[in-house]
Design a protein. Structure first.
Length: 636
């Protein structure tokens, strides 16, 4: 079994995008420095890449980047960092470096009760982040119910707005059944929200008490605010009971779990919730009436506020606050508020697609591909695809997203568009009262953001092309693109000859390839001892793999038997395993050999080639070159 230096767990409330983007960021950060990592994901489809106890025991440290409960009690005795899933995406390099090198990170001691709130300060997460994690655990379990119930409820209106009413002329039996099922499913929103907040705090006992408290909150009309309050009430009530009965004999653990905690927990939190229901109901109704009033009296202001919230953190806590409010109003039959929220969430990813179409040269091929994919993600109400673009230049790009989202939401509210489904994007267009108009407003908002993003990218692109960082750290103006000037031709002329290129070489392993290179070096007169050069190649690979990305490796050796510096390029007939950064096979070798007495020259060669390999255009041309002449010219 592989031993992992770092183990991690990622999870977001929806389990759609953030979870896997944080996973990718952490894995790439570890690969950069040659560290092994395994990331357990808590997505909407469940737990994937689950960590085993042996993997946990052997790891040097743990990174939790999650906004939901991932059972941290497994990691007792390990150095642990606990941060939000967004921080896991944006600061992956910092987190990996910190868990490896920061000796001040405390060892997680646990609490004796799984999921206790006391874990927050010990695990490295802030108290407020821990509270947010508890709420998001409830939200992540609630959302599928809201989506399923909301869509079924909305479909029932196909037969007419009163099709579920037996007294109406529009009445339809199937519509009535759909409406009933959808309404009952939506009705589970508050109890499930409450139960899983409590479950994150106090595990199974909290879940039971949370369901009961949530039902009291539901029947007394406290809305989702009551569900949130009830969840914390139930969870902390169970924690107090666990402490109160901690000294009971171990033989009574079963009695505590199935009798004392459920009975006393439901009694205590249920009574408190009962007496809190009246003020909570008043607060809930007041907030909902205020928002309903804004739809009519201040649709422009409401649209601006909703647009800014939805585009501020793309699925984070601020975005979720707007979304939860929309689902709460949806459950009360208000379909107008959610229409603006959906428009504001759909616009940002679409904007990235428009931006790369408008200004292709200012974006890398990877960014262009992501922009095109975002047309699909945005159309299905997945906002997270905009995050990489926002993170690239947050001070300028996030306001650009906010402007487009605010325009889309405002136009939606002004024209009183209603969307009876809480998710789905353009998939639920048949349920929208003015579907084509809604799409037009969203596209207008996305185009506005897209234009702004393209202009910002253009400015950065021009800036990148007017400055070139040379080896001594000084800057100089250039007239041509960076790709053609990153490496200086005269640097390679001294060590590189067309005869140092071999094509179609047949080897079946990394060792065989390095042996071939060592033989080639000696045959070309650059060294006197093939075995010694081969030994130096192999020794370098034990330090860390020289396999880069895109199928390219840059093996290098320094030895007293090497009489002059040289650069060699070998293209293989078939790709071979190398242990490269991206896990792919290698088909192109760019090798350097350096005399023992020169301690700095090889760094200059490696630096210049590494700079070239960052540019996708150069890599593509190198891979496409099929003759020695074509390859040689590339480096001139």
């Amino acid at each position: 079994m592989t031993k992992y230096q770092i183990i991690a767990a990622t999870g977001c409330p929806t389990g759609i995008a953030h979870t896997y983007m944080a996973q990718e960021a952490l894995e790439q950060a570890a690969k950069k420095i040659g560290v092994s990592i395994k990331v357990e994901t808590h997505g909407q489809s469940g737990i994937e890449h689950a960590l085993t106890q042996q993997e946990i025991d052997e790891a040097d440290g743990v990174i939790i980047a999650a906004d939901k409960d991932v059972n941290p009690e497994r990691f007792v005795g390990k150095k642990m960092i606990n941060v939000s899933v967004t921080k896991g995406m944006k600061d992956a390099d910092q987190l990996v470096n910190q868990i490896l090198n920061d000796q001040s990170i405390p060892v997680y001691q646990g609490t004796g009760e799984k999921g206790s709130a006391e874990s927050a300060s010990i695990s490295g997460g802030s108290f407020w982040h821990q509270l947010y994690v508890y709420v998001m655990n409830g939200v992540s379990h609630m959302l599928p119910l809201v989506v399923a119930g909301g869509v079924l409820l909305a479909v029932s209106f196909f037969w007419g707005i009163n099709s579920a009413d037996p007294k109406s002329a529009e009445y339809n039996q199937f519509a009535f059944q759909l409406n009933s099922i959808g309404s009952l499913t939506m009705g589970l929103m508050v109890p499930v929200l409450c139960a899983y907040i409590a479950e994150a705090i106090a595990k199974r006992s909290g879940l039971i008490v949370g369901f009961a408290t949530g039902m009291i909150a539901l029947t007394n009309g406290t809305g989702f605010l009551g569900g949130i309050l009830g969840g914390f009430l139930a969870g902390y009530t169970v924690l107090l009971l666990q402490k109160a009965f901690k000294k009971l004999p171990k033989s009574l653990d079963g009695l505590k779990a199935i009798f004392l905690f459920p009975v006393l927990g439901v009694l205590i939190s249920g009574l408190i919730m009962w007496y809190l229901s009246t003020p909570m109901q008043n607060i809930n109704e007041g907030m909902m009436n205020f928002l309903k009033g804004m739809e009519n009296s201040s649709p422009i202001l409401l649209g601006i506020v909703v647009g800014i919230m939805c585009a501020s953190d793309f699925g984070g806590p601020i975005n979720k606050a707007a979304y939860l409010t929309g689902t709460a109003l949806l459950a009360q039959g208000n379909y107008f508020f959610m229409a603006g929220v959906s428009a504001a969430c759909i616009a940002p990813p679409l904007a990235t697609g428009f931006a790369v179409l408008m200004n292709k040269k200012a974006y890398s091929s990877k960014e262009r591909s992501a922009g095109y994919v975002n047309f699909l993600l945005g159309s299905t109400h997945i906002t997270e695809g905009a995050i990489p673009f926002a993170a690239k230049n947050p001070l300028l790009n996030i306001p650009a997203f906010m402007i487009g989202s605010a325009v889309a939401a405002t136009l939606t509210y002004i024209t009183k568009i209603s969307v009876p489904a809480p998710h789905g994007g353009f998939i639920v267009l048949p349920l929208v009262n003015h579907p084509m108009l809604w799409v037009v407003w969203i596209v207008i908002g996305a185009l506005i953001s897209g234009v702004l993003l393209a202009l910002i990218a253009e400015k950065q692109y021009k800036k990148d092309q007017t400055l070139l960082v040379t080896n001594n750290g000084q800057s100089m103006a250039v007239d041509q693109p960076v790709e053609t000037t990153t490496a200086k031709a005269h640097v390679f002329e001294a060590i590189f000859d067309q005869q140092n290129i071999e094509l179609g070489v047949k080897v079946d392993s990394k060792e065989a390839a390095l042996q071939y290179l060592a033989k080639m070096v000696v045959e070309k007169g650059y060294a006197s001892d093939q075995q010694e050069v081969e030994k130096k190649y192999l020794f370098r690979e034990t330090e860390s793999s020289t396999g880069m990305e895109h199928g390219i490796a840059i093996p290098h050796a320094q030895s007293a038997t090497i009489n002059k510096s040289g650069m060699f390029i070998v293209k293989l007939a078939e790709p071979i395993e190398w242990g490269s950064l991206d896990g792919g096979k290698i088909d192109t070798l760019i090798s350097f050999i350096i005399p023992d007495q020169d301690n700095q020259e090889h760094l200059k060669y490696l630096s210049d080639v590494s700079k070239l390999l960052v540019h996708e255009q150069f890599v593509a041309e190198l891979k496409a070159a099929q003759t020695k002449t074509a390859i040689f010219k590339l480096f001139q």
